[in-house]
Design a protein around this ligand. Sequence first.
Ligand code: PRP
Ligand code: URA
Length: 213
Amino acid sequence: MTDTNSGGLVVFDHPLIRHKMTRLRDVGTDYRQFRSTLAQIAGLMVYEVTRSFETETFAVTTPVAETAGYRLRGSVTVVPVLRAGLGMIDGMLEVMPEARVGHVGLARNEETLEPTTYLSKLPRDLDAGPVVLVDPMLATGGSASAAVNLLREAGATDLRMICLVASPEGVARMRKDHPDVRIYAAVLDERLDDRGYIVPGLGDAGDRMYGTT
Ligand code: PRP
Ligand code: URA
């Protein structure tokens, strides 16, 4: 794990994640394999992303004695950015079934690279606990920045983002627009190409996941 804390970026440096990321990058991986691998990586990342969640103590009785127990404080909300973010949710909920799920729909215009919002369906009390924004690709950072703006307008105060592939440009954009939002990325890639795709990246995550290439 590389915690480039000064930039609020945590990059996973784990053999299993590297192994699975390579499968996602491979152009020969079909959408079934892509979907299941994406969910597996997201599940593996949950432990680190949730490390800063607060707990509260309460008394629990074991078959032998009473002792201190712990539970998460408040309500956790995960918010996938449609479409591609959806692919990470099952893996995350497997480890964290108590989380609520809000949805944000954003589409990046292929020419301008600007995101357009087409859906926002969020719990009313987003300030009731930590909120995790979920999107596998952080490219120009336009979509992530717009999604965080939406979440803040809806009341979120305790935010972090989980993605698979981040670009230096996307990280810089998020640092500028939302310096308080820590980013957890499976990998940090080299750069964007002139169409706004991450290099080497894995292509269009939504298309690869749903077989719409
Ligand atoms: C992808 C991806 C992000 C966005 C990243 O979604 O899932 O939301 O692009 O790009 P950015 O950082 O430059 O904004 P896309 O708009 O392709 O929609 P899709 O998931 O429906 O394919
Ligand atoms: N969106 C994707 O799905 N892939 C990229 O490389 C950039 C934006």
